[in-house]
Write a protein that binds this ligand. Sequence first.
Ligand code: NAP
Length: 324
Amino acid sequence: MEKFKKLTVFEDDKGSFFREIEEVGLDSLKEDEVIINVKYSSLNYKDALSASGNKGVTKNYPHTPGIDAAGIVFSSKSSEFNPGDEVIVTSYDLGMNTAGGFSEFISVPAKWIIKKPKGLTLKESMILGTAGLTAAMSIDKLLTFGVEKGNIIVSGATGGVGSLAIMILNKLNFEVTALSRKISAVDFLKNIGAKEIIQSFEENKRPLLKPIYAGAIDTVGGNVLENILKQIKPNGIVSICGMALSANINTTVFPFILRGIAMIGIDSAEADYIWRKNLWEKLGKEWKPENLETIAKTVKLENINIEIEKMLKGNQTGRVVVEI
Ligand SMILES: NC(=O)c1ccc[n+]([C@@H]2O[C@H](COP(=O)([O-])OP(=O)(O)OC[C@H]3O[C@@H](n4cnc5c(N)ncnc54)[C@H](OP(=O)(O)O)[C@@H]3O)[C@@H](O)[C@H]2O)c1
C-alpha cells in the first residue's frame, strides 16, 4: 500500500496538543469523490488556530489542518474532474473538521474543487489561497456597492488578507492607506503599493471624524474598526472579515445614518461556488497582483511549527506557502 505523509495534531489525555508528521496508507483517506495529490498548501490564521487545538475551529482531534490545497487530481468519481487536472480547494470544511491540505493527499467532494486558472501556477494559487480569495471578495463588495475610486484603508496590512488586498487594490488603481502595527514593515508596505502608512489612530470619543476614506477592508476588528467607521466618506463601504485584534466593537449608528455607509461581512468558507470561480478567474488575469512571489515565504511541511507560532503572535509578514 502506497504511503503518504501528513501533519497531524494530537490531543493528549491532559488536554494538551502536539503535532507530528505521520506516514499513513492511502486506504486511511476518508472515501469521497475526488482524491488530490497536494503539491502546495498555505498557512492562514485559521490553520494556526486549528493546529494549536482551538475547538472553535476544529472539534475533534487527531486532525490534519490546512484550509487550502493546490495539486493534481489522483483519482475521481466525478465527471467534472479527471486524473491529472490541476486544481485548487479552499475553505468549505477543508482543514476544519475535514482532514486538510497539510497532507500529500486529500479526499474531497467535487463541489469544493475549482480548476486552477491558466494564469496562475499551483504555487501562485497558494500564495493567494484563502487570504487572496477573501481579499478579492472584500474588494468585489466595494465595487458592487459603488466604490470605484478613491482612498481605501486596509487594516492588518502586513497579514495575508491585508497584503493581498493592498496588491489587488493597487492593480485596480485605488489609492491605499495601510494600517499596520509593524514599524519595521514600511518598506514592505510601500513595495506592495501602499501610498500612506499609519500605525494607529489617536484616542478620541467623537462619534464621527473627518471623512477620508472611500472604503475599507478590515481584518482586525475592535477599536481599529470603530475608528475606521468614523472616517468613511458618505455612501462608503466597509468590508469586514477578521478579528485578529477583537471580535467586539463599540460603535454608534451615526456613520450609518448620517453618512449612509454600509458594513458588509465576508464569509469565504461558505461563499457561493460561482462567485468563487469568477473571482479565481479574475485573480489569474486582470486582478493578479504584480510580483506575487515577493510577499511569500516557502517552507516545507516539516518546518511549519515555527511559522504557526509566529502567526499566532501576529508576527508574520505576507504569506507562508507550504511545500508538501
Ligand atoms: N471571514 C473570512 O472568510 C476570513 C477569511 C480569511 C481570514 N479571515 C480572518 O481575517 C484575519 C486575518 O487573516 P490572515 O490570514 O490575513 O491572518 P494574518 O496573516 O495572521 O494577518 C493578521 C494581521 O492582523 C494584524 N494583527 C494581528 N494581531 C493583531 C492584534 N492583536 N492587534 C492588531 N492587529 C493585529 C497583523 O497585521 P499588522 O501587524 O500589519 O497590523 C497581522 O499580520 C483573521 O482574523 C482571520 O481569521 C477571515
